[in-house]
Design a protein around this ligand. Structure first.
Ligand code: SF4
Ligand code: SF4
Ligand code: FES
Length: 941
């Protein structure tokens, strides 16, 4: 059942020309193709319905929506009958009421009144009451269970249950699983009275192909499919529209609140990014926010070997401030710095970088986006002129060819994946470039036209080979290039990619992808006519991450695939606010809006607003902070909402650097790996506890709204304000809207953004200023932001990380649908039912050669370190390649990853690590120490 109070229009909208008709005497004009049911709802009246809802195509099975049409015989179903000019419709009459009563009585005979766990949420019982039906004449007094098969309720899914006895077989759930989610996990089995809904091969939901997106639960008009939380909590008293705090899709969600607690999360059907859909994380996994592990009291300790001492907020701020000032007095202004978080709001991120620059007086600020999408910012800024993706998500519905590079949307960006799959089912072609057989390569009704299964670390070789085919086979869009790109750069690039060293045949030896596959994919992409590229961390987290981003932009420019709907270059951002944290000036060399700190005009703008002198030299990046900590020149750090000790590569190096700090201040909602090295712990607030905004992967700024009060008493932005005040740099904001006003005043791409406008429009895609007051869904229309697009030569340079007889396999890392990033949130939810440990994927050939069997413990050793994981033998990875996730701290996945990083941005090379895998019988030394809570060993470097 959908969110309380929503007016369901019955069938999806249409885009045809205007048609005027009469419904119950009222004139209504709607687009051609609209159903009578929707037209009536738009005119303010509601026709009874059971099998229809406005997110699914009309089905016409329940027959309660019958109407009368002047001049036509019979009673057509209003959900499946389209409007026509001059049509006169009657939706209510004695004859219709009689027919509907008859149909409803039959349903009630199968589903007696009062059967549902929450009758107020059952459309059938509601309609029956409206039609004066108490009990059906077709059955004696009974419960649904008496009348049916007495099948047990399927409560296997941790979040919802299925009671077949309450099912009216309207097939809304089956259609939601197909049309909205695209998983095809449900079917109707049996015939007539025997027909019933079955998950996969009549399995319990938890064991079926179901990915627990909840679309079927929302679509169900009775209590057959229902959230367990709703059954427990009952009706909500309040509903607050907010934005999901998990991935970069940024789904708009409605939090229903019962007795001061969230009882249900429902995707907003007016949400432009998610179009009324959500995934298992956003819809169900919000329980971490009130988990008993939450830290709600500030704490301090002198040494990291001391016990934590709970203190007042005032004492915590004053201790942290005095420590930072002491360190700066002894070691200079630049001996301290801060890290902003891609999980926090724009306003909070903006404040942390302001605190570092204005209160600390240094540019030593960086963001966790350093380790994921920094090459995106650099690569797209240099080629196209803006550090962001070019499209909005709905643009994919206009794509003819979709190229997915180094991303697994069904796992990491599931709601966008559902939109993409809808387009693929409608006929778009698919090219996947990935070392793994990601689920998108072959799933129900979808099969990739080309899967370029390259060896990790050879992206640039493949993108150059694709470009080689485009250029040498005359597939480049010369007129587009002449009109929109720098001629000299194009000529140089064209000569470079045309060189036979970049041919598919030459690159086959490097990448392992057959030349003919590369040629076929290049021809398909170039032919379009609308070809769109979506990419993820498999592009950026390489020593040539920036080169690859530039290579992608080159290819899109050369084929004319930028500047309109259905095309573009779209980075799929990992965390909810990666785009926003980058936009907000979190990098040591840039103020908000990507303006360099050395630019005098920009700096003086900030100086006059902030009333302080600012540095013109870039500060330290995260890896440089670690180096400086180890050499003693960097001694104090403020980290908001980021767990560097788990998420950054080469854990031993990171923890050695952290343990060298004299003052580490952590602001987080849970104890984490980094907190082991902290001296001050400031309790953070979850997304439910604060106001603010997030910016998703399509540059969409959406409101985060407070649903419950902060558990620790202060929202994150208030913590930064109080810390700044304790440092002697006054901040006086009383609401995050004032911070957004300051961002707008200082950032050209945000000039037109305000909370009032966000409330009015729902969301805004930046740039939003005088030229585009309602935002910019598609970038680079007509011309590129930098003027002429610039091609860059992207020579393939192999990574230093090579296989050898000692380390013969290549490890690459990623994530799964049900867990998120370092797992701090999802590990504290029932999502553990699906994925409760990080495993190592190993190809059967490599397993056999090592005598390893499915489920064995294996030691994974690289040049950086070693760990022990349980093995999963699968051909999802190619021979010679292994894969793992990094959601659990105890797996120590980043002990193995190395210090290699992108040449331009220092983004770590998580995706390529040479390893050896052997069968072992016990955890690694690090794991044993961690288990015994013994501090890390001192670093060797
Ligand atoms: S929860 Fe989602 S994936 Fe699972 S059966 Fe329902 S619609 Fe399908
Ligand atoms: S995790 Fe991503 S896809 Fe899932 S609900 Fe949240 S924003 Fe949407
Ligand atoms: S709502 Fe039209 S037939 Fe069911």
């Amino acid at each position: 059942m959908y969110a309380k109070g929503y007016h369901d229009l019955g069938t999806p909208g249409s885009t045809g020309g205007a048609v005027t008709l009469e419904v119950d005497g009222a004139t209504v004009t709607v687009p051609a193709g609209t159903s009578i049911m929707r037209a009536a709802a738009l005119a303010g009246g509601d026709i009874p319905k059971l099998c229809a809802t406005d997110t699914l195509k009309a089905f016409g099975s329940c027959r309660v929506c019958l109407v009368e049409i002047e001049g036509r015989k019979g009673f057509p179903a209003s959900c499946t009958t389209e409007v026509a000019a001059g049509m006169k419709v009657r939706t209510h009459s004695e004859a219709l009421a009689k027919l509907r009563r008859g149909v409803l009585e039959l349903y009630v005979s199968e589903h007696p009144m009062g059967s549902c766990p929450d009758s107020s949420r059952c459309d059938l019982e509601h309609l029956a009451r409206e039609h004066g039906i108490g009990e059906s004449r077709f059955a004696g007094p009974a419960t649904a269970r008496d009348l049916h098969t007495h099948e047990p309720v399927d409560a296997s899914n941790p979040y919802f249950r299925f009671d077949n006895d309450l099912c009216i077989v309207c097939s809304r759930c089956v259609r939601a699983c197909e049309e909205t989610q695209g998983t095809f996990a449900l079917t109707i089995e049996g015939r007539g009275i025997e027909s019933h809904v079955a998950a996969s091969a009549a399995q319990p939901f938890l064991e079926s192909e179901c990915v627990s997106c909840g679309a079927c639960v929302e679509a169900c008009p009775t209590g057959a499919l229902m959230e367990k939380s709703v059954i427990t909590a009952g009706l909500p008293q309040q509903a607050v529209t907010t934005t999901c705090a998990y991935c970069g899709v940024g789904c708009s969600l409605i939090a229903e609140v019962t007795d001061g607690a969230v009882s249900r999360m429902v995707p907003n059907r007016n949400g432009r990014a998610n179009q009324g859909h959500a995934c298992v994380k956003g819809r169900f996994a919000y329980g971490y926010a009130t988990h008993t592990d939450r830290v709600t009291k500030p704490m301090i300790r002198k040494r990291i070997t001391d016990e934590w001492r709970e203190v007042s907020w005032d004492e915590a701020f004053s201790y942290a401030a005095s420590e930072f000032r002491r360190i700066q007095a002894a070691h200079g202004r630049d001996s301290v710095g801060g890290i902003t978080s891609s999980r926090c709001t724009n306003e909070e991120t903006f404040l942390v970088q302001k605190l570092v620059r204005a209160a600390f007086g240094t540019n030593n600020v960086d963001t966790c986006a350093r380790v994921c999408h920094s090459p995106t910012g650099y690569g797209l800024k240099h080629t196209l002129g803006e550090s962001a993706g070019t499209q909005e998500f709905v643009s994919v519905q206009h794509a003819d060819v979709i190229m997915v590079i180094g991303a697994s949307p069904t796992e990491a960006h599931p709601v966008f994946a559902s939109q993409m799959k809808r387009r693929l089912r409608a006929g778009a072609k698919l090219i996947v470039i990935d070392p793994r057989g990601i689920p998108l390569v072959k799933s129900p009704h979808i099969e990739a036209d080309f899967h370029l299964r390259l060896m990790p670390g050879t992206n640039v070789a493949v993108i150059n080979a694709l470009a080689h085919v485009v250029v040498t086979e005359g597939l480049a869009k010369e007129q587009y290039i002449a009109d929109r790109c720098e001629k000299a750069s194009y000529e140089t690039w064209k000569k470079f990619v045309a060189d036979p060293v970049n041919s598919p045949e030459a690159m086959e030896k490097i990448s392992g992808v057959p030349a003919e596959t590369i040629r076929g994919a290049a021809r398909l992409y170039a032919a379009g006519p609308n070809s769109a590229i979506y990419y993820g961390l498999g592009v950026t987290e390489h020593s040539q991450g920036t080169t690859m981003v530039m290579g992608i932009a080159n290819l899109a420019m050369a084929t004319g695939n930028l500047g309109r709907e259905g095309v573009g270059v779209s980075p799929l951002r990992g965390q909810n606010n990666v785009q926003g944290s980058c936009d907000m000036g979190s990098f040591p060399h840039e103020f908000s809006g990507y303006r360099h700190v050395s630019d005098d005009a920009t700096r003086s703008l900030f100086e006059s607003m902030w009333k302080v002198q600012l540095g013109s030299e870039p500060g330290l990046r995260i890896p440089n902070m670690f180096e400086a900590a180890l050499d003693g020149s960097f001694r104090g750090m403020y980290i908001q909402g980021e767990d560097l000790a788990q998420s950054d590569p080469n854990t031993s190096h990171v923890t050695a650097a952290l343990s060298a700090l004299e003052c580490l201040v952590i602001q987080d909602i849970f104890h984490n790996e980094t907190a082991r090295f902290a001296h001050v712990f400031l309790p953070g607030s979850s997304f439910l506890e604060k106001d603010g905004t997030f910016t998703n992967a399509e540059r969409r700024i959406s409101r985060v709204r407070k649903v419950i009060e902060p558990l620790a008493g202060l929202a994150d932005w208030e913590v930064t304000v109080r810390l700044s005040n304790a440092l002697g740099y006054p901040m006086n904001y009383t609401h995050p809207s004032q911070i957004m006003d300051e961002i707008a005043a200082l950032t050209p791409t945000f000039t037109g953004v305000s909370y009032e406008k966000l409330d009015r429009l729902g969301s805004i895609q930046w740039p939003c200023n005088e030229k585009t007051p309602e935002g910019t869904p598609t970038m680079h229309i007509g011309s590129f932001v930098r003027g002429k697009g610039k091609f860059y030569v992207t020579a393939y340079v192999p990574t230093n990380e090579r296989t050898s007889s000692r380390y013969p396999l290549l490890l690459t890392t990623g994530r799964v649908l049900t867990q998120y990033n370092v797992g701090a949130q999802t590990r504290r939810t029932a999502n553990m039912a699906w994925h409760s440990e990080d495993r190592l994927e190993l190809h059967p050939h490599d397993a056999e050669a090592r005598g390893i069997e499915h489920g064995d413990w294996v030691g994974v050793t690289s040049r950086a370190g070693d760990t022990v994981l349980r093995v999963e033998i699968t051909d999802k990875v190619a021979p010679g390649v292994v894969y793992t996730t990094f959601h659990f701290p105890e797996s120590g996945a980043n002990l193995i990853t190395t210090d290699n990083s992108d040449w331009a941005t220092n983004c770590p090379e998580y995706k390529v690590t040479a390893v050896q895998v052997v069968k072992v019988a016990q955890p690694s030394a690090w794991q044993q120490r961690r288990q015994a809570k013994i501090p890390a060993e001192p670093a060797s470097s």
